[in-house]
Design a protein around this ligand. Sequence first.
Ligand SMILES: CC(C)(COP(=O)(O)OP(=O)(O)OC[C@H]1O[C@@H](n2cnc3c(N)ncnc32)[C@H](O)[C@@H]1OP(=O)(O)O)[C@@H](O)C(=O)NCCC(=O)NCCS
Length: 200
Amino acid sequence: MKESDIYPTIDINTYQKEATLKDGTKILLRPMVAEDQDALYEFFQAIPREDARYLRDDISSRHLVEKWAKKLDYAKTLPILAIKDDAIIGDATINRRRFGWKHHLGTVRVFVHKEYRDVGLGHLMIDELVDIAYKLGIEKLIVEIPELSTAAIHAFNRAGFYRVAEIPNMVKDRENMPVGIVVMMKDVRPAHDDAYDYDF
Ligand SMILES: CC(C)(COP(=O)(O)OP(=O)(O)OC[C@H]1O[C@@H](n2cnc3c(N)ncnc32)[C@H](O)[C@@H]1OP(=O)(O)O)[C@@H](O)C(=O)NCCC(=O)NCCS
């Protein structure tokens, strides 16, 4: 019996989901497409300085956003956007490696527009990433969170992620100050068993 006969699967190219936030805001979740380039740039422009300090990438660079839009490869980076009235209000990604010792893992990131926080969008997007990861065959999800981001730690905790490590002074913020990282993980589905690939 094949794994796909046991677990539900997903066609990410046709995936989309409507949802209503706690305050009644209606949103659409769907994967990013190349045409989202300008809206994504706008979304990043609205990120407050204090949040941007901890970001991995220089999202103020239009060139970087253009590159992401041009080189979309969902098997490597899957960006799920939350859209309200054609504007992006949330961005959540799963990063994967196709080969090697980490091929069964997904690394996630979630970012919610400042004006739409605390109404459950973060939680919704994390839950959705978990569901998509499950259907994609990812076994574990990992997130690295700056230790001071209590809201993020809380949101991932509520979605069933547990703390596996705390690494003091691991990264540096934009002012070159060391920042500790909390690593959280969630077991999404059991390890792949090759035996399922054969029909007995
Ligand atoms: C983390 C983040 C995605 C959460 O988004 P959100 O839409 O506000 O999330 P939710 O509304 O679903 O949940 C936030 C929870 O944190 C709680 N919270 C908010 N501020 C908090 C704080 N300072 N300390 C503790 N909890 C806090 C809220 O009350 C809410 O709890 P509840 O679910 O029990 O009601 C958002 O704050 C964000 O984009 N932060 C910057 C990027 C980031 O740090 N990403 C995570 C690492 S990849």
